[in-house]
Design a protein around this ligand. Structure first.
Ligand SMILES: Nc1ncnc2c1ncn2[C@@H]1O[C@H](COP(=O)(O)OP(=O)(O)O)[C@@H](O)[C@H]1O
Ligand SMILES: [Mg+2]
Length: 320
Protein backbone atom coordinates (compact mmCIF):
# COMPACT_ATOMS: atom_id res chain seq x y z
CA UNK A 1 0.00 0.00 0.00
CA UNK A 2 1.50 3.26 -1.02
CA UNK A 3 -1.28 5.73 -0.23
CA UNK A 4 -0.31 8.69 1.86
CA UNK A 5 -2.11 8.89 5.18
CA UNK A 6 -0.33 11.90 6.72
CA UNK A 7 1.10 14.91 4.96
CA UNK A 8 3.22 17.36 6.97
CA UNK A 9 4.20 20.50 5.07
CA UNK A 10 6.76 22.98 6.43
CA UNK A 11 5.54 22.57 9.99
CA UNK A 12 7.17 24.70 12.66
CA UNK A 13 6.53 25.15 16.34
CA UNK A 14 8.04 28.03 18.22
CA UNK A 15 7.55 28.77 21.90
CA UNK A 16 7.78 32.23 23.36
CA UNK A 17 9.93 31.67 26.43
CA UNK A 18 10.50 35.36 27.23
CA UNK A 19 10.47 36.62 30.78
CA UNK A 20 7.14 38.18 31.84
CA UNK A 21 6.53 41.41 29.92
CA UNK A 22 7.11 43.86 32.77
CA UNK A 23 10.34 42.41 34.00
CA UNK A 24 11.50 42.06 30.41
CA UNK A 25 10.81 45.73 29.73
CA UNK A 26 12.50 46.84 32.95
CA UNK A 27 15.63 44.85 32.29
CA UNK A 28 15.53 45.63 28.54
CA UNK A 29 15.74 41.98 27.60
CA UNK A 30 14.70 40.99 24.08
CA UNK A 31 11.99 38.41 23.47
CA UNK A 32 13.26 34.85 23.57
CA UNK A 33 11.83 32.44 21.02
CA UNK A 34 12.52 28.74 21.28
CA UNK A 35 12.40 26.95 17.94
CA UNK A 36 11.32 23.46 18.94
CA UNK A 37 10.44 22.32 15.41
CA UNK A 38 11.56 24.20 12.29
CA UNK A 39 10.20 23.74 8.80
CA UNK A 40 9.67 19.99 8.85
CA UNK A 41 8.05 18.26 5.86
CA UNK A 42 7.33 14.59 5.33
CA UNK A 43 4.64 12.13 4.32
CA UNK A 44 3.68 8.85 5.95
CA UNK A 45 2.36 6.00 3.81
CA UNK A 46 -0.47 3.89 5.09
CA UNK A 47 0.53 0.62 6.74
CA UNK A 48 4.17 1.67 7.12
CA UNK A 49 6.41 2.92 9.92
CA UNK A 50 7.97 6.35 9.75
CA UNK A 51 10.59 6.76 12.46
CA UNK A 52 12.03 9.94 13.85
CA UNK A 53 15.32 9.75 15.72
CA UNK A 54 17.34 12.39 17.51
CA UNK A 55 18.80 13.25 20.89
CA UNK A 56 16.72 14.50 23.78
CA UNK A 57 15.44 18.04 23.25
CA UNK A 58 15.58 18.01 19.43
CA UNK A 59 11.82 18.46 19.10
CA UNK A 60 10.52 14.90 18.66
CA UNK A 61 7.74 15.10 21.24
CA UNK A 62 6.67 18.53 20.03
CA UNK A 63 6.34 17.12 16.53
CA UNK A 64 4.40 14.12 17.89
CA UNK A 65 2.09 16.45 19.79
CA UNK A 66 1.44 18.46 16.63
CA UNK A 67 0.60 15.27 14.74
CA UNK A 68 -1.99 14.18 17.30
CA UNK A 69 -3.36 17.71 17.62
CA UNK A 70 -2.19 18.43 21.17
CA UNK A 71 0.03 21.24 19.92
CA UNK A 72 -0.75 23.76 17.21
CA UNK A 73 1.94 24.41 14.62
CA UNK A 74 2.97 28.06 14.58
CA UNK A 75 3.55 27.64 10.85
CA UNK A 76 2.82 25.04 8.20
CA UNK A 77 0.24 22.29 7.93
CA UNK A 78 -0.36 18.77 9.13
CA UNK A 79 -3.10 16.93 7.25
CA UNK A 80 -4.48 13.44 7.58
CA UNK A 81 -6.01 12.03 4.41
CA UNK A 82 -9.28 10.14 4.51
CA UNK A 83 -8.93 6.38 4.32
CA UNK A 84 -11.18 3.45 3.46
CA UNK A 85 -11.26 0.83 6.21
CA UNK A 86 -11.79 -2.90 6.00
CA UNK A 87 -15.37 -2.44 7.24
CA UNK A 88 -16.11 -0.17 4.27
CA UNK A 89 -16.20 3.10 6.23
CA UNK A 90 -14.40 6.11 4.78
CA UNK A 91 -13.04 9.05 6.71
CA UNK A 92 -10.07 10.51 8.57
CA UNK A 93 -7.85 7.94 10.31
CA UNK A 94 -8.31 7.47 14.04
CA UNK A 95 -5.10 8.59 15.70
CA UNK A 96 -3.83 7.53 19.11
CA UNK A 97 -0.66 8.25 21.01
CA UNK A 98 1.40 5.79 23.04
CA UNK A 99 3.66 7.38 25.59
CA UNK A 100 7.01 6.45 27.05
CA UNK A 101 5.74 6.03 30.57
CA UNK A 102 2.88 3.54 30.91
CA UNK A 103 2.97 4.12 34.69
CA UNK A 104 1.80 7.68 34.25
CA UNK A 105 -0.68 7.08 31.45
CA UNK A 106 -2.75 4.33 33.10
CA UNK A 107 -5.17 5.29 35.86
CA UNK A 108 -3.94 3.36 38.94
CA UNK A 109 -7.42 3.24 40.50
CA UNK A 110 -9.07 1.52 37.58
CA UNK A 111 -9.06 -2.14 36.75
CA UNK A 112 -7.34 -2.93 33.47
CA UNK A 113 -10.65 -4.08 32.01
CA UNK A 114 -12.19 -0.66 32.66
CA UNK A 115 -9.14 1.17 31.31
CA UNK A 116 -9.43 -0.68 28.02
CA UNK A 117 -13.25 -0.56 27.97
CA UNK A 118 -13.42 3.20 28.48
CA UNK A 119 -12.87 4.24 24.84
CA UNK A 120 -15.17 1.44 23.66
CA UNK A 121 -17.97 2.79 25.88
CA UNK A 122 -17.13 6.41 25.14
CA UNK A 123 -17.16 5.93 21.36
CA UNK A 124 -20.07 3.43 21.58
CA UNK A 125 -18.10 0.88 19.58
CA UNK A 126 -20.01 -2.08 21.06
CA UNK A 127 -23.77 -2.23 21.69
CA UNK A 128 -23.79 -3.64 25.23
CA UNK A 129 -21.76 -4.59 28.30
CA UNK A 130 -21.33 -8.22 27.29
CA UNK A 131 -19.87 -7.47 23.86
CA UNK A 132 -17.67 -4.74 25.37
CA UNK A 133 -16.29 -7.25 27.87
CA UNK A 134 -15.71 -9.69 25.05
CA UNK A 135 -13.82 -7.10 23.04
CA UNK A 136 -11.65 -6.21 26.07
CA UNK A 137 -10.78 -9.91 26.45
CA UNK A 138 -9.89 -10.16 22.76
CA UNK A 139 -7.71 -7.05 22.99
CA UNK A 140 -5.86 -8.41 26.03
CA UNK A 141 -5.11 -11.58 24.07
CA UNK A 142 -4.06 -9.63 20.97
CA UNK A 143 -1.36 -7.86 23.00
CA UNK A 144 -0.17 -11.06 24.65
CA UNK A 145 -1.96 -10.83 28.02
CA UNK A 146 -4.77 -13.04 29.26
CA UNK A 147 -8.50 -12.35 29.49
CA UNK A 148 -8.42 -12.73 33.25
CA UNK A 149 -5.98 -9.80 33.52
CA UNK A 150 -9.01 -7.51 33.04
CA UNK A 151 -9.85 -7.72 36.74
CA UNK A 152 -6.38 -6.68 37.95
CA UNK A 153 -5.00 -3.20 38.60
CA UNK A 154 -2.07 -1.64 36.68
CA UNK A 155 0.32 -1.93 39.65
CA UNK A 156 0.11 -5.71 39.43
CA UNK A 157 1.90 -5.65 36.07
CA UNK A 158 5.52 -5.17 34.98
CA UNK A 159 6.63 -2.21 32.83
CA UNK A 160 6.45 -4.24 29.64
CA UNK A 161 3.01 -5.59 30.51
CA UNK A 162 1.79 -2.09 31.25
CA UNK A 163 2.96 -0.96 27.85
CA UNK A 164 0.95 -3.87 26.40
CA UNK A 165 -2.08 -2.52 28.26
CA UNK A 166 -1.48 0.96 26.76
CA UNK A 167 -1.35 -0.60 23.31
CA UNK A 168 -4.57 -2.52 23.97
CA UNK A 169 -6.27 0.70 25.04
CA UNK A 170 -5.08 2.48 21.88
CA UNK A 171 -6.38 -0.41 19.76
CA UNK A 172 -9.70 -0.31 21.64
CA UNK A 173 -10.48 2.94 19.79
CA UNK A 174 -10.09 1.06 16.47
CA UNK A 175 -7.06 3.27 15.83
CA UNK A 176 -5.54 3.34 12.36
CA UNK A 177 -2.52 5.48 13.14
CA UNK A 178 -0.37 5.23 16.27
CA UNK A 179 2.05 7.94 17.30
CA UNK A 180 4.53 6.15 19.56
CA UNK A 181 6.68 8.56 21.55
CA UNK A 182 9.62 6.52 22.89
CA UNK A 183 7.29 3.65 23.82
CA UNK A 184 10.11 1.35 24.94
CA UNK A 185 12.65 3.81 26.33
CA UNK A 186 11.71 3.10 29.95
CA UNK A 187 11.99 -0.68 29.53
CA UNK A 188 14.83 -3.18 29.89
CA UNK A 189 16.48 -4.15 26.61
CA UNK A 190 14.99 -7.66 26.46
CA UNK A 191 11.50 -6.34 27.22
CA UNK A 192 11.99 -3.58 24.63
CA UNK A 193 12.53 -6.22 21.96
CA UNK A 194 9.33 -8.03 22.97
CA UNK A 195 7.25 -4.87 22.72
CA UNK A 196 8.80 -3.94 19.37
CA UNK A 197 8.07 -7.45 18.05
CA UNK A 198 4.49 -7.12 19.25
CA UNK A 199 4.14 -3.78 17.47
CA UNK A 200 5.51 -5.22 14.23
CA UNK A 201 3.10 -8.16 14.48
CA UNK A 202 0.11 -5.88 15.17
CA UNK A 203 1.05 -3.67 12.25
CA UNK A 204 1.02 -6.65 9.89
CA UNK A 205 -2.21 -8.08 11.25
CA UNK A 206 -4.18 -4.85 11.55
CA UNK A 207 -2.61 -2.71 8.82
CA UNK A 208 -1.61 -0.04 11.33
CA UNK A 209 0.47 2.98 10.47
CA UNK A 210 3.14 4.10 12.95
CA UNK A 211 4.94 7.33 13.57
CA UNK A 212 7.65 5.94 15.80
CA UNK A 213 9.86 8.20 17.86
CA UNK A 214 13.08 7.23 19.59
CA UNK A 215 16.36 8.73 20.73
CA UNK A 216 18.00 5.43 19.86
CA UNK A 217 18.70 4.45 16.25
CA UNK A 218 19.14 0.79 17.08
CA UNK A 219 15.57 0.60 18.39
CA UNK A 220 14.06 1.65 15.07
CA UNK A 221 16.52 -0.23 12.89
CA UNK A 222 14.42 -3.30 12.20
CA UNK A 223 10.98 -1.79 12.06
CA UNK A 224 11.24 1.41 10.01
CA UNK A 225 10.22 1.88 6.42
CA UNK A 226 11.19 5.52 6.42
CA UNK A 227 13.53 7.30 8.76
CA UNK A 228 14.19 10.93 9.61
CA UNK A 229 17.14 12.12 11.68
CA UNK A 230 16.29 15.24 13.63
CA UNK A 231 18.71 17.77 15.06
CA UNK A 232 17.75 20.99 16.85
CA UNK A 233 14.22 21.02 15.46
CA UNK A 234 15.10 20.20 11.86
CA UNK A 235 15.34 17.08 9.75
CA UNK A 236 18.99 16.74 8.72
CA UNK A 237 18.55 13.47 6.83
CA UNK A 238 15.39 11.64 5.78
CA UNK A 239 14.53 8.84 3.40
CA UNK A 240 14.00 5.09 3.08
CA UNK A 241 15.34 3.53 6.29
CA UNK A 242 17.46 0.92 4.52
CA UNK A 243 19.19 3.57 2.49
CA UNK A 244 19.88 5.79 5.49
CA UNK A 245 21.24 2.87 7.52
CA UNK A 246 23.40 1.46 4.75
CA UNK A 247 24.69 4.78 3.42
CA UNK A 248 24.40 7.50 6.07
CA UNK A 249 25.25 10.81 4.43
CA UNK A 250 24.95 13.37 7.21
CA UNK A 251 27.80 13.51 9.78
CA UNK A 252 25.21 13.50 12.56
CA UNK A 253 23.59 10.31 11.24
CA UNK A 254 27.05 8.73 11.11
CA UNK A 255 27.70 9.82 14.67
CA UNK A 256 24.43 8.24 15.83
CA UNK A 257 25.24 5.03 13.95
CA UNK A 258 28.73 4.93 15.43
CA UNK A 259 27.34 4.81 18.93
CA UNK A 260 25.29 1.67 18.19
CA UNK A 261 26.92 -1.55 19.37
CA UNK A 262 27.56 -3.85 16.43
CA UNK A 263 26.95 -7.53 17.23
CA UNK A 264 28.90 -8.62 14.18
CA UNK A 265 31.92 -6.51 15.00
CA UNK A 266 31.96 -6.16 18.80
CA UNK A 267 35.57 -4.96 18.84
CA UNK A 268 34.99 -2.20 16.33
CA UNK A 269 36.19 1.12 17.63
CA UNK A 270 33.24 3.23 18.67
CA UNK A 271 33.42 6.95 19.01
CA UNK A 272 31.58 8.24 22.03
CA UNK A 273 28.86 10.80 21.37
CA UNK A 274 30.65 14.07 21.99
CA UNK A 275 29.58 17.64 22.60
CA UNK A 276 26.42 19.22 23.90
CA UNK A 277 23.38 19.96 21.80
CA UNK A 278 23.19 23.77 21.46
CA UNK A 279 20.16 25.62 22.77
CA UNK A 280 17.18 25.87 20.41
CA UNK A 281 16.74 29.45 21.70
CA UNK A 282 20.11 30.51 20.40
CA UNK A 283 21.09 28.09 17.64
CA UNK A 284 24.55 28.50 16.10
CA UNK A 285 24.69 30.35 12.77
CA UNK A 286 25.14 28.28 9.62
CA UNK A 287 24.66 24.56 10.00
CA UNK A 288 23.29 23.91 13.48
CA UNK A 289 25.46 20.81 13.76
CA UNK A 290 28.73 22.65 13.01
CA UNK A 291 30.01 22.99 16.62
CA UNK A 292 30.06 19.18 16.95
CA UNK A 293 31.06 18.27 13.42
CA UNK A 294 34.56 17.06 12.68
CA UNK A 295 34.25 18.23 9.07
CA UNK A 296 32.95 21.73 9.76
CA UNK A 297 34.50 24.41 7.52
CA UNK A 298 33.99 28.18 7.29
CA UNK A 299 31.01 27.72 4.99
CA UNK A 300 29.29 25.52 7.62
CA UNK A 301 29.60 28.30 10.20
CA UNK A 302 28.18 30.91 7.84
CA UNK A 303 25.55 29.30 5.63
CA UNK A 304 22.85 26.86 6.62
CA UNK A 305 22.72 23.91 4.23
CA UNK A 306 19.30 23.32 2.70
CA UNK A 307 17.86 19.83 2.48
CA UNK A 308 18.59 18.41 -0.96
CA UNK A 309 17.87 15.06 -2.57
CA UNK A 310 20.77 12.64 -2.96
CA UNK A 311 19.98 9.12 -4.12
CA UNK A 312 16.42 9.15 -2.80
CA UNK A 313 17.42 10.64 0.56
CA UNK A 314 17.19 14.27 1.58
CA UNK A 315 20.25 15.57 3.39
CA UNK A 316 21.29 18.94 4.69
CA UNK A 317 25.07 19.04 4.63
CA UNK A 318 27.38 21.12 2.46
CA UNK A 319 29.70 18.14 2.08
CA UNK A 320 27.22 15.30 1.59
N1 LIG B 1 5.43 23.96 26.04
C1 LIG B 1 6.71 24.31 25.87
N2 LIG B 1 7.14 25.55 26.18
C2 LIG B 1 8.42 25.93 26.00
N3 LIG B 1 9.37 25.11 25.51
C3 LIG B 1 9.02 23.86 25.19
C4 LIG B 1 7.67 23.37 25.36
N4 LIG B 1 7.63 22.09 24.94
C5 LIG B 1 8.88 21.77 24.55
N5 LIG B 1 9.72 22.82 24.70
C6 LIG B 1 11.14 22.86 24.33
O1 LIG B 1 11.23 22.45 22.98
C7 LIG B 1 12.42 21.71 22.75
C8 LIG B 1 12.03 20.37 22.18
O2 LIG B 1 11.40 19.62 23.18
P1 LIG B 1 10.77 18.16 22.89
O3 LIG B 1 9.88 18.26 21.72
O4 LIG B 1 10.20 17.66 24.16
O5 LIG B 1 12.08 17.32 22.51
P2 LIG B 1 12.36 15.75 22.55
O6 LIG B 1 11.05 15.06 22.63
O7 LIG B 1 13.11 15.48 21.28
O8 LIG B 1 13.22 15.51 23.75
C9 LIG B 1 13.11 21.60 24.09
O9 LIG B 1 14.12 22.60 24.14
C10 LIG B 1 12.01 21.88 25.09
O10 LIG B 1 12.54 22.45 26.26
MG1 LIG C 1 10.38 13.58 23.99
Amino acid sequence: MDDIILDVASASCRFDVSAPTLSRLFSKQPRRILRAVENVSFTVRRGTTFSIVGESGCGKSTLARMVVGLQRPTQGMLNFRDIRRADGSFGPPRVQMIFQDPYASLNPRWRVGDIIAEPIRELKLRPDAASTKDRVGDLLEIVGLSRSDASRYPHAFSGGQRQRISIARALATEADFLVCDEPTSALDVSVQAQILNLMVKLQKELGLTYLFISHNLSVVRHMSDDLAIMYLGRFVEAGPAEEVFSRPRHPYTRLLLDTIPDVERPNRERRPMSGEVPSPIDPPPGCSFNPRCSRAADRCRAERPELRMLGGVSVSCHFA
